[in-house]
Design a protein around this ligand. Structure first.
Ligand code: BDR
Ligand code: CA
Length: 387
């Protein structure tokens, strides 16, 4: 645990405190050590509880594996939304992943099958026909949870007030539906960390990022609900490139989850290289990385609204980087009426912490270390080749 690093080894510290029994300074050390142990026990014993709302999805799959492999996080559920693939395909993919990880204790709940208003747009062209780089995983052994994803979110947030972090890796439909059905969850959610949007141009259109483009109406509701949002957008994700140089580190060993990530990584890196890019952006894994270690990014408070009507800009996350708004006034002149700028309002209230920079190498090291740290399951499941 990062916050539990003690500069002197615990055993040595105990030895020193025992040696100078009766001395005030040493008593202080004993108290500090006790506080440290209690603090660590709390940190170690209380991983951050997260619900991952996802549309798996190649990079979603890597993100899920990262979360399952990270002791800082307790994955309470995977809630599935339509996006990269249909909701049915996404739910099946999620069940295959938790089955491979032998983590049937993580419920997989199906959610929205289409955006709030728009017709669904899917992205198999980037994720493979099955959404998982066409890798054939064994049939799922973990069942589909019977609860509807938005209901499961509502239920879990009420059961653990102020403790649940929502990590969103897909269109924001499920989150908007949950919030609309029960707005009382908003102040009870610890944080919403979303891979969504961009403050500097899109990927599926010049203006819009995929997750927001698919359901802009949902995104606008979520941005304006009032919960603490961290937006991990394209601006920073594009700095986290997985390259062919790193891939072999994932292929070592016989661990099925590392094999899955290796296969997906190969698929994504090959696609990126065909486009002339140096590597594949780890979009969704970075959002999970931020839940594990918030110091990976720099974020600035901004007001973010979503363009829902623009012909060229639908789905754009319009981020106010200045924190101010120019004021205009309609005035009458001899030659007619016109608006004139009159000054600046400082009253723009931020609704999100927007990631503006990332320690990309540190994040990639975390990702690779966690994925290849194999804890081979007792009953190993085989991963088929890419097809
Ligand atoms: C986002 O779009 C999806 O295709 C990825 O899974 C990621 O969530 C990046 O724009
Ligand atoms: Ca995704």
């Amino acid at each position: 645990m990062r916050h539990c690093q003690l500069r002197i080894p615990v055993a040595a510290a105990m030895h020193r405190t025992a040696d100078c029994r009766g001395c005030r300074r040493c008593c202080g050390r004993v108290i500090l050590l006790a506080a440290w142990i209690v603090g660590c026990a709390h940190a170690v014993g209380s991983p951050r509880q997260v619900i991952i709302d996802t549309d798996p999805g190649t990079d979603d799959a890597i993100a899920i594996v990262l979360a399952l492999r990270s002791p800082e996080l307790a994955v309470r559920a995977l809630t599935i939304v339509a996006g990269n693939v249909t909701a049915a395909q996404g739910a099946e993919n999620a069940r295959r992943i938790v089955s491979l990880a032998q983590r049937c204790n993580v419920p997989v709940a199906a959610g929205a099958r289409k955006p709030l208003v728009a017709k669904l747009t899917t992205g198999e062209v980037w994720h493979g026909r099955n959404g998982l780089a066409d890798i054939q995983l064994p049939d799922p052994t973990c069942p589909l949870d019977r609860r509807w994803a938005p209901d499961l979110i509502i239920e879990m947030v009420h059961a653990a007030p102020h403790q649940i972090t929502l990590i969103t890796l897909g269109p924001l439909t499920n989150i908007a539906l949950a919030e609309e059905k029960d707005p009382s969850i908003v102040p009870l959610v610890r944080q919403v960390i979303m891979m969504a949007g961009s403050a500097s141009g899109g990927n599926v259109t010049p203006a819009a990022e995929f997750n927001v483009y698919v359901d802009p109406e949902a995104a606008q509701l979520v941005f304006n609900a009032g919960w603490p949002i961290t937006m991990v957008g394209l601006d920073v994700c594009r700095k986290t490139l997985l390259t062919s140089r790193q891939l072999p580190q994932l292929g070592e060993g016989r661990d099925p989850l590392a094999h899955l990530v290796f296969g997906i990584g190969e698929f994504l890196v090959a696609a990126a290289e065909r486009r002339g890019a140096a590597g594949a952006a780890m979009y969704d894994p970075l959002a999970v990385g931020v839940a594990i270690d918030p110091t990976l990014i720099v974020a600035a408070p901004m007001r973010v609204d979503v363009e829902t009507t623009g012909r060229l800009t639908r789905g754009e996350t319009v981020a106010n980087r200045e924190g101010t708004r120019e004021l205009t006034e309609l005035r009458r002149f001899a030659d007619g009426e016109r608006y004139v700028f009159t000054g600046v309002s400082g009253t723009v209230v931020a609704n999100a912490a927007v990631a503006t920079d990332v320690q990309a190498e540190r994040f990639l090291e975390l990702l690779l270390t966690r994925i290849r740290s194999s804890h081979p399951p007792a009953r190993s499941a085989k991963v088929g080749g890419t097809g």
